[in-house]
Design a protein around this ligand. Structure first.
Ligand code: FES
Length: 168
């Protein structure tokens, strides 16, 4: 309940910036996503209640644009580079490995809330290609075994086990 109140307060505070939120729907949704890291259903309900915009319209807009995320991201947000250098160096194999070892598709979050992942454009460290980045840390020269180790180390670290080091 406390969390819901907090969510409503933060959403309301964001809406205050918009005297005519109906005319700035994308910006409103961007700002709310900035606050929560995604668009919680309760936040959309709150926007609907405060603006009179139908919840179905909000959901429709949010799901139409790829920039909006309806699911809470994982604690570890993995970005798999699909830029040119990484593509040439088999970046899709990195994506396949991330999919296999997290067990979820791009844009989804693992049931334990630990991992989500997405494909992105150049991460700016092409000499290390193929590359992925996890919460701001870049991992380069990847292959399937390295991806497996990185993900398993993070998972084990969460359990308090071995492999807490995330250096690469
Ligand atoms: S293309 Fe992947 S880091 Fe630049």
């Amino acid at each position: 309940m406390e969390l819901l109140v907090d969510l409503q307060q933060k959403t309301s505070a964001t809406l205050q910036k918009y005297p005519e939120p109906k005319d700035a729907l994308i910006s409103v949704l961007q700002d709310v996503q900035e606050v929560f890291g995604y668009l919680p259903e309760d936040a959309l309900r709150c926007i609907a209640a405060e603006t009179g915009i139908a919840a179905s319209q909000l959901t429709g807009v949010a799901s139409f644009y790829a920039q909006f995320r309806m699911e809470k991201p994982g604690k570890y947000q993995i970005m798999v580079c699909m830029g040119t250098a990484c593509h040439v160096n088999k970046g899709e194999r990195v994506a396949d490995a991330v999919r296999e070892f997290t067990g979820v598709e791009e844009g989804e979050t693992t049931p334990d809330g630990l991992f989500s992942w997405e494909e992105v454009a150049c991460l700016g460290c092409c000499s290390l290609s193929p590359v992925m980045m996890i919460n701001g840390t870049a991992y380069g020269k990847l292959d399937k075994d390295k991806v497996k180790k990185i993900i398993n180390d993070l998972r084990n670290a969460e359990k308090g086990g071995e492999g807490a080091c995330v250096c690469s």
